[in-house]
Write a protein that binds this ligand. Structure first.
Ligand code: DUC
Ligand code: ZN
Ligand code: ZN
Ligand code: ZN
Length: 489
């Protein structure tokens, strides 16, 4: 494909504005956005009349080439990204998992895994234990390696989980580095208890997964993380918000002015837990992820929260396993690899569920699928915008065309799809990534190694005002109450 592209006559949508305009792309960048751009013969011209021209999706939450629960996800940095591009997502932020607790070794492992990237990507870093070495390594990650967010696990007892004392240490460290603290919010001790109870009751199938870790445990951990972040006075990002319980805690905190960001994932927004009771093991096991997909009602409430700004941006937690891997838990739901797909489906499902249904505007769609992610992780307007100077990561969506989801046609290497059979309005007809047309006429043209690692710089707008609050707090401490002893003798 040509390095010069003109997208003509579409409705160009940014998070703040939409207008009919042409978009001219050269050498990987957007060069001009205005009506009636005229160009020479060496330019590939795409007619977008009647269609929306929008920033490519940015998925804030994925797991590619993730070694987890005794196996490794089906999608690596090439197949997962190819799937993403076919669905209109042009960047994602994946979670680096430390190797034996070492952040440095983890980062090096993910540098290798991502060599064949075919689209741009960034990294969060998971923190799985805590000591002085980890604390020092966090500084290097932020100051040299381009990581500005760290995820702490309040669940996965005996494996990834850390207790409140270390969570507080982690929050303090994030704050000192201008990095964003993220939490997987479920009460790990209670989940462990719930799992034991299910096994004792003889409930060993996939429904036991949902029953062992109910929404109340997500609500508890979310509330606790929010309060601890408030105590440390640092922003908090709650990943995969799956329940009303967690969402209401976030709503309360945001209303009070606390800087809390809530990320629902597409599985939680459009699915419910009924499949977990299916009598076919593999049908049910497909839907096992943590926190669990909740009962009907939570999905609609999360959609409403997204439409009102209580929740800010949509991720996927794409963590794809095939049937053979899911079968590892045939006798015990605790051994079913946790994870569902979504990286390819997110843009379509959010369009259909939120825009086509009339719940949000097209500009809000751009905000929740792309712009706010770029802002939060401090790469806006390089990403997340159709503006002169921005990276040429662009999609053309036809609102009158339709999509249909099936494992038979998807680009993930998994043999199943939790959204199997879903169809809806609005189809991504063209994806441009880094100035190259990579998806057109239902065909992918991706090049391994063409994706760039995007460093995410520290200290974004989320931290503004914190120094002042901190100063006020310290000032209040400097005025201790003067006391005397009143003798009763
Ligand atoms: N939840 C999942 O379902 N998979 C990956 C990790 C997680 O927290
Ligand atoms: Zn003209
Ligand atoms: Zn998680
Ligand atoms: Zn995850």
């Amino acid at each position: 494909s040509s390095s010069k592209i003109l997208i003509k006559g579409g409705t160009v949508v940014n998070a703040h504005h939409q207008e009919v305009a042409d978009v001219y792309v050269e050498n990987g960048f957007i060069v001009a956005v205005k009506p009636h751009i005229h160009v020479g013969d060496d330019v590939t011209v795409l007619d977008a009349t009647g269609k929306f021209v929008m920033p490519g999706g940015i998925d804030p939450h994925t797991h590619l080439a993730f070694e987890f629960m005794g196996t490794e996800t089906m999608d690596d940095f090439f197949t997962g990204q190819a799937a993403a591009l076919a669905g209109g997502t042009t960047m994602h932020i994946d979670f680096v998992i430390p190797v034996d607790g070492s952040l440095t070794a983890g980062f090096e492992a993910y540098e290798k895994k991502s060599k064949k990237a075919c689209m741009d990507f960034g990294f969060h870093m998971a923190i799985t234990k805590w000591d002085e070495v980890v604390s020092k390594e966090m500084e290097i990650m932020v100051q040299e390696k381009g990581i500005n967010s760290f995820k702490f696990f309040m669940a996965y007892k005996g494996a990834l989980m850390i207790n409140d004392d270390l969570l507080l240490e982690g929050f303090k460290k994030c704050k000192s580095l201008g990095a964003l603290a993220m939490v997987h919010a479920e009460n790990g001790d209670a989940v462990y208890e719930g799992q034991k109870r299910m096994i004792e009751l003889g409930i060993t199938g996939p429904e036991g997964h949902a029953l062992s870790r109910p929404a109340v445990l997500e609500g508890e951990a979310t509330a606790r993380a929010i309060r601890l972040a408030s105590f440390i006075n640092t922003p908090l990002y709650v990943v995969h918000v799956m329940s009303i319980d967690a969402m209401e805690e976030i709503a309360k905190a945001r209303i009070s002015g606390q800087k809390v960001i809530g990320e629902p994932v597409v599985s939680g927004l459009v699915l419910n837990d009924s499949w977990l009771w299916d009598s076919d093991f593999l049908t049910a096991a497909r839907f096992v992820m943590s926190p669990p997909i909740r009962a009907a009602g939570h999905d609609k409430a999360l959609q409403a929260a997204l439409s009102t700004g209580v929740l800010q941006l949509v991720g996927t937690d794409h963590c794809a396993f095939n049937s053979k891997q899911k079968a590892l838990g045939i006798d015990d739901f605790r051994k079913i690899p946790n994870g569902v797909n979504g990286i390819e489906e997110r843009m379509h499902l959010v369009w259909d569920t939120m825009v086509e249904s009339g719940q949000i505007s097209v500009t809000d769609y751009v905000r929740i699928t792309s712009t706010d992610c770029a802002r939060i992780f401090n790469i806006y307007p390089r990403k997340g915008a159709i503006l002169a100077g921005s990276d040429a990561d662009i999609i053309i969506l036809n609102p009158n065309s339709s999509f249909e989801i099936s494992a038979k046609s998807h680009h993930s290497r998994s043999d199943t799809n939790v959204f199997e059979g879903r169809r809806g309005k609005g189809k991504v007809e063209v994806t441009i990534a880094g100035g190259r047309i990579v998806w057109q006429n239902d065909e992918l043209k991706v090049v391994p190694g063409s994706g760039k690692y995007i460093k995410l710089p520290p200290y974004n707008y989320l931290f503004s005002g914190i120094d002042k609050a901190e100063a006020n707090y310290l000032a209040s401490l400097k005025a201790p109450v003067k006391r005397t002893i009143i003798s009763k003798a």
